[in-house]
Design a protein around this ligand. Structure first.
Ligand code: PLP
Length: 370
C-alpha cells in the first residue's frame, strides 16, 4: 500500500482545481495585460480571484501581489519594506529557512535581526517577545503554524503588541492557509503558497494591507502595478483561487476527520516505549505530528517505511542529514532531532492507511532497535 503523509511538503492538486486550470491553459489563454477585449475578460477573472482572496483571508482591506510562491513572497516583504530609519527585524529561531536565510542576508546589508528563542514546546514566549519590541523595531516576521511541528503561534496577540511600538507585522501563513480560520485582523503582510493546500506549485502571494507599498524584487513590464513584473501565470492564479474556494466548503468536515486520524495515529505510536511527540502540550494544527523515536535513526526509519512517505525536517533541507533547526531551537539534542520524523496528513488519507502506517512504524522501530 502507498501512503502519502508528507502534506506539509506538498499536496496533490485537487481534480476540480485541475479542471479549472485546464480551461485557462486552452481557452482563456490571452495575456491579461494585452489591449483587446479577450484580455480584458481574462483580466476580470484575475481581479475576481484577487477580491476573493482578500475576503477569504479575513485580514482587512488590502491587495494581493502574486509571486512564484511563499519563498519569493517572504523575500519581497523582508527586502522590500523600508520605514523611516528603523533597521531592526524580530523573528523566531523556528521560522522557515525562507525567513531565516533572508534575514541573514539582510544582516549583511546593515539590518539588525533578533532571532528570538522559543519555549521547549515550540510555543512563543509572549513576555520575551513584548520585551524585545522597541521603537527601533521595523518589522516582526512570525509564522501562524510551524511547518515541522504544527505548533500554532498566538498571532492575534502578537499583532497589537507590535503596533504599540509602531512596528509592522508579517505573518507567514503557508502552513495554515485553507486549513484553519486565522485571527489575523490588522496584519500588514501575509505570505503564502498554493501547493500546501491542493493548489499548483509555482504560485503564491503577498497580502499587502491597504496603504502600504513594497519595493519590487523583480522589474520588467510593470505588471501588477509595477509591484512584480512578468506575465501573470493565469492558470496557476485561477487554480490557487479555486483551491482556497474549496477550503470554504470542505474545511470544517476535513478538520474533524483529519484531526481524529492524527490523534489516533499519535496515541497508537506513543504506546511504543521511548517515543514522544514534539510540542504535544501546546496548541498544534490538526494535520501534523512530529515524533521522536529514541535510538532510531530517522533516515533508516524512512527507508524501511518504503512507500509510506513521511519526512524528517522540512522538504528543502531534508536531503542534508542535519538535525532540524526547529527541533534544536526547542532544545532537542542533535541525536533526538535526528531520531524524529514529521507525519503530515491530508484530504485523502483513510483509516485503513493510518492503520497500515501504525503497523509498519511499530514493526520498523522494533526491528531497528533490536
Ligand atoms: N513557509 C513555510 C512555513 C513553509 O512550510 C514553506 C515550504 O515548506 C515555505 C515558507 C516556502 O514555500 P515555497 O517552497 O512554496 O516557496
Amino acid at each position: 500500500m502507498e501512503v502519502y503523509l508528507d502534506h506539509n511538503a506538498s499536496t496533490p492538486v485537487d481534480p476540480e482545481v485541475i479542471t479549472l486550470m485546464q480551461s485557462y491553459f486552452s481557452h482563456w489563454y490571452a495575456n491579461p495585460n494585452s489591449p483587446h477585449l479577450f484580455a480584458a475578460e481574462v483580466e476580470e477573472k484575475i481581479s475576481q480571484t484577487s477580491n476573493f482572496l482578500v475576503e477569504f483571508l479575513e485580514a482587512g482591506d488590502g491587495d494581493i501581489i502574486y509571486t512564484s510562491g511563499a519563498t519569493e513572497a517572504i523575500n519581497m516583504v523582508l527586502k522590500g519594506y523600508r520605514y523611516e530609519d528603523r533597521k531592526e527585524i524580530i523573528t523566531f529561531q523556528t521560522e522557515h529557512k525562507a525567513v531565516l536565510n533572508t534575514c541573514q542576508y539582510l544582516e549583511s546589508q546593515g539590518f539588525i535581526i533578533k532571532y528570538l528563542p522559543v519555549m521547549k514546546n515550540g510555543a512563543i514566549d509572549l513576555d520575551l517577545y513584548q520585551n524585545s519590541l522597541s521603537e527601533h523595531t521595523l518589522l516582526v516576521c512570525a509564522m501562524y503554524a510551524n511547518n515541522e511541528t504544527g505548533v500554532l503561534h498566538p498571532i492575534e496577540s502578537m499583532i497589537p503588541m507590535s503596533k504599540s511600538v509602531g512596528a509592522y507585522f508579517c505573518c507567514d501563513i503557508t502552513s495554515s492557509i485553507g486549513k484553519i480560520p486565522m485571527q489575523i485582523k490588522g496584519v500588514d503582510f501575509l505570505t503564502f503558497s498554493a501547493h500546501k493546500y491542493y493548489g499548483p506549485k509555482g504560485i503564491g502571494g503577498v497580502f499587502l494591507r491597504k496603504g502600504l507599498e513594497l519595493s519590487p524584487l523583480i522589474h520588467g513590464g510593470s505588471q501588477q502595478n509595477g509591484r512584480r513584473s512578468g506575465t501573470l501565470p493565469v492558470p496557476l492564479i485561477m487554480g490557487m483561487g479555486k483551491a482556497f474556494l474549496l477550503s470554504q466548503i470542505l474545511r470544517k468536515e476535513e478538520e474533524k476527520r483529519i484531526k481524529s486520524l492524527r490523534d489516533y495515529l499519535e496515541s497508537e505510536i506513543l504506546s511504543l516505549p521511548d517515543v514522544y511527540c514534539h510540542g504535544s502540550d501546546t496548541k498544534r494544527i490538526y494535520t501534523t505530528s512530529n515524533i521522536c523515536f529514541k535510538g532510531v535513526s530517522s533516515e533508516e526509519l524512512i527507508l524501511r517505511l518504503k512507500k509510506i512517505s513521511v519526512s524528517n525536517g522540512s522538504a528543502c533541507s531534508s536531503l542534508v542529514s542535519k538535525p532540524s533547526h526547529v527541533l534544536t531551537a526547542m532544545g532537542v539534542c542533535d541525536t533526538e532531532a535526528l531520531s524524529s520524523i514529521r507525519i503530515s496528513l491530508g484530504r485523502h488519507n483513510t483509516e485503513e492507511e493510518i492503520n497500515f502506517t501504525i503497523d509498519q512504524i511499530k514493526k520498523a522501530v522494533r526491528k531497528i532497535r533490536a
